[in-house]
Ligand binder design. Structure first.
Ligand SMILES: [Zn+2]
Length: 84
């Protein structure tokens, strides 16, 4: 099994955990790796956190828009019912 290098600093990544997941008939092994440089990993985690925050914000905005869209459709329906 080959280990990859850190995309940030190029140092080899170390496997900190592995777990198996059964998907239908086959078992897939997942490996969780971390940079061998703890300082670099800290930065990676920070970036991941920032991305997660950004993702959550975008998702919330999308949900809001979707809610407004649904509301608009409902309003249209209601108006149509009144007209008929
Ligand atoms: Zn690194």
């Amino acid at each position: 099994m080959s280990t990859s290098n850190c995309t940030r600093c190029g140092k080899p990544r170390i496997i900190i955990d592995t777990y198996e997941e059964k998907i239908e008939t086959s078992t897939v092994t997942y490996t969780i790796t971390e940079c061998s440089d703890p300082e670099c990993q800290k930065q990676v985690n920070k970036t991941l956190e920032q991305e997660e925050t950004k993702r959550k914000f975008i998702k919330k905005e999308q949900e809001k828009r979707e809610e407004l869209r649904k509301q608009a459709i409902e309003d249209k329906k209601k108006r149509k019912l009144k007209e008929d």
